[in-house]
Design a protein around this ligand. Structure first.
Ligand code: ATP
Ligand code: MG
Length: 583
């Protein structure tokens, strides 16, 4: 992790420091979840000083917003000799799939994080706690903390009240516990249709916090689950499943995004009640909220990302324009760049929108010190050195990485005919243009100084060839190299030796900085020109093995597409330009 620096302090670190300092989590016991409270109490002292978790719902691929949460949770665990659990929050039967479980685990590992400690994998599934959750629900009912409500979902909504008005008690709220228990068992046994009744916590319909107005704990849903199949037809609601999952796993710091701030009183209520009933071991976890990542020009909602994939606006979840981590990886982003970006974001409690250029800058900063240099010509035009013998080949060389004095040197041939960038020649130079124009002297990088003598045009008046004469004593690395002063240097490749390649130049997927702002359809903000493909020439010696990457001099960072590229048929993605071109 060469790019990671000493972690900056933040409010979460302050909280953890205080919690550890006060001994809040001292003598905490550990037993594999979902061990009952008494088993945990009899367990070993928890070898992890803190426990955090990253709890994705396996209903899609992770995006750059998730990376912020991953870096935060796994980063805190690492820095405090704790452990971060990877927990699949799969309480919602309809949208979840094994494909996503695998993809999520892979990409978290790719980012450089691990959930194994002393040989134990702390990878968990909320669905493994279904039985425990159900047992807890019965316990809550028996204690009078929950009841079965036979109102319809619409009735419940209508009696919930508003921000300014209290809710109205359900007519079923005060039914005997035994009656609720019998109905809960019938619900579980599949005796009732979807939506006919629900289990609700019995808290306070007059609470100013709407989340405390008897929230639903279980709903009936006759649906198959990706792991439990048809074993269940009632599924726990996120709001109560989540705190219980945290407690069963011995999480100390449950870090989530700000939307859940209003849920915290319920989080604490449900855990306290279950601890009182002897179902949960103390100390209980605490929830802390931070601001989610919002990136300009990007949507980070799995639902919208899925829509882009399913409607064919992109080639898949890993399309290099997607803000998914698989998309960024394919685009050429490194784990180090993403970690660096997340570190620079810091953590705060107020929402903001981060400029996309920050992400690109993190990539440049990560790659610049290490990227192998090479030359590519993206918009080629032929340069003929008219005084260079046609049968001559001279080898030139350059450092593979100028920042590393130990780095190897690359060698490439100079010949009479070269590919150069079309934009490196002008018949009529604009002001401050130091590249090729008739009469001007320019250095061919790592080669000779040349004097431009003109160009050749076709019948349509288009320039098809640029002509120049080389100055024999000016070769780079020879005593005469500095005998002629030039203001410009251009890159080139020998036409006889260059490797042909297809290069994809990406632009933002959305043309609007706030694609999902307001109530506009985000698809209308799609940029119609977000991918341009060019036929380019690469320095001989560049082998486009999938995933290989380079800094092409003067152009930017490029990666051989991990799905499509091969050395015989190179297909490259531009990950980022050398400088911010969006400003
Ligand atoms: P989406 O709405 O895209 O489905 P989500 O929050 O529902 O996102 P989850 O799989 O539930 O997706 O998220 C897993 C974790 O990642 C949660 O703890 C969530 O807070 C966090 N997370 C999701 N999006 C962001 C974001 N933009 N910035 C920071 N953390 C995020
Ligand atoms: Mg979610």
């Amino acid at each position: 992790m060469t790019t990671d620096t000493v972690p900056a302090s933040n409010f979460l670190r302050t909280i953890i420091d205080n919690d550890l300092g006060s001994g809040l989590y001292q003598n905490r016991r550990w037993a594999p979840p979902p061990s009952p409270a008494e088993v945990r109490q009899a367990g070993e002292i928890d070898p992890a000083r803190i426990r955090t978790r990253f709890p994705p719902e396996p209903n899609g691929y992770l995006h750059i917003g998730h990376a912020k949460s991953i870096c935060l949770n796994f980063g805190l665990a690492r820095d405090y000799q704790g452990i971060c659990h990877l927990r699949f929050d799969d309480t919602n039967p309809e949208k979840e799939e094994d494909e996503y479980v695998q993809a999520i685990a892979d990409i978290v590992r790719w980012l450089g994080f691990d959930w194994t400690q002393n040989g134990t994998e702390h990878r968990y599934f909320a669905s493994d706690y279904f039985k425990t959750l159900y047992r807890f629900a019965e316990s809550l009912v028996q204690a009078g903390y929950a009841y079965v409500d036979e109102q319809s979902a619409d009735e419940m909504r209508a009696t919930r009240g508003t921000l300014t008005e209290p809710g109205i008690n359900s007519p079923w709220r005060d039914r005997p516990a035994a009656e609720s228990l019998a109905l809960l068992r019938e619900m579980r046994a599949g005796r009732h249709p979807d939506g006919s009744m629900a289990l609700r916590a019995r808290i306070d319909m007059g609470s100013p916090n709407i989340n405390l107005r008897d929230p639903v704990l279980y709903r009936i849903r006759h649906a198959s689950h990706h792991r439990t199949g048809d074993a269940w037809c009632i599924y726990p609601m996120y709001a109560w499943a989540h705190p219980v999952e945290d407690a069963l796993e011995g999480i100390t710091h449950s870090i989530c995004t700000l939307e859940f701030e209003d849920q915290r009183p319920f989080y604490d209520w449900i855990l306290r009640k279950l601890a009182e009933l002897g179902e949960l071991a103390e100390p209980l976890p605490h929830q802390h909220e931070f601001a989610r990542l919002n990136l300009s020009y990007v949507v980070t909602s799995k639902r919208k990302l899925r829509q882009l994939v399913e409607e064919g606006h992109v080639s898949g979840w890993d399309d290099p324009r997607m803000p998914t981590l698989v998309g960024l990886r394919r685009r050429g982003y490194t784990p180090g760049a993403i970690r660096l970006f997340c570190e620079r974001l810091g953590v705060s409690k107020s929402d903001s929108r981060i400029d996309y250029s920050l992400l690109e800058q993190a990539l440049r900063d990560d790659l610049d010190p290490v990227a192998t240099r090479a030359v590519a010509v993206l918009d080629p035009i032929r340069l003929v050195l008219t005084n260079f013998p046609a049968d001559r080949t001279e080898m030139c060389s350059a450092p593979s990485n100028p920042h590393d004095p130990q780095s190897t040197r690359r060698e490439f041939p100079l010949t009479r005919e070269l590919w150069i960038e079309r934009d490196d020649f002008r018949e009529e130079p604009p002001r401050k243009y130091f590249r090729l124009y008739p009469g001007n002297l320019v250095r061919l990088k790592y080669g000779y100084v040349v004097r431009c003598t003109g160009c050749v045009k076709n019948a349509q008046g288009e320039i098809i060839e640029v002509h120049a004469e080389y100055l024999p004593d000016t070769r780079s690395g020879t005593p005469g190299a500095d005998s002629v002063k030039v203001k410009g240097a251009i890159t080139w490749v020998s036409t006889a030796h260059a490797v042909p390649a297809e290069i994809r130049l990406y632009d933002r997927l959305f043309a609007d900085p706030h694609p999902d702002g307001g109530d506009r359809n985000f698809l209308e903000a799609l940029n119609p020109d977000s991918c341009r493909t060019v036929r380019a020439w690469l320095e001989p010696g560049v082998r486009a093995e999938p995933g290989a990457s380079w800094q092409f001099e003067r152009l930017g960072y490029f990666v051989a597409d991990r799905e499509l590229s091969s050395p015989d048929h190179p297909i490259l993605n531009r990950a980022a330009t050398l400088r911010d071109t969006w400003a």
